[in-house]
Ligand binder design. Sequence first.
Ligand code: GAR
Length: 201
Amino acid sequence: MRIAVFASGRGSNFNAIAKAIKSQKIKASLALLICDNPDAAVILKAKRFGVKTFLIKRADYKDKPDFENKIIQVLQEEKISLIVLAGFMRILSNDFVLRFKNKIINIHPSLLPAFKGSHAILDAFNYGAKVTGVTVHFVDELMDHGPIILQQALKIEENDTLESLEAKIHKIEHRLYPEAIRLCVQARLKIKGRKVHPALH
Ligand code: GAR
């Protein structure tokens, strides 16, 4: 199965996924990084792993459909079966999501449905939550929403700082995301009782 990771930033999840694929814990090919930010550290990480990068800037396209059509063209050319969102800070349109139904997965640094959005760790910390965590889910038309693949809870300790909490969350992410991708690749997931295998869609 050929996988594309979509990322906009640091790329620590990209790194964890690339490592798991390289060591064959996930038996798939990391064919492509799609990145919308020319300054993102993830681009260097992809280079290090020899993963082809397609840099696509929203500003270079007249509108969102145009931008997404270009991405779709690249995904088709590269025969991608599974799209892995790893800190891709752009909301995909309903058309895009429906076109790749059950073929897009996302990681989010909270126990969804709590603390959606782009500052989930900070929001949970500021709220005074006693428990937070990490969620990996299939992507549907709503933001940070869709059938859950894996979740792991984490207790927020009295002496946790934002920084210590972030470090603990990322550590969980780097284990949980490769595991979820492995389950996807092995077609061991069901949505509402029906088996899901991205490559068969
Ligand atoms: C991760 O913590 C991921 O859960 C989060 O972006 C970070 C990317 O880090 N995603 C979201 O908040 C999605 N709503 P990384 O670039 O180091 O992998």
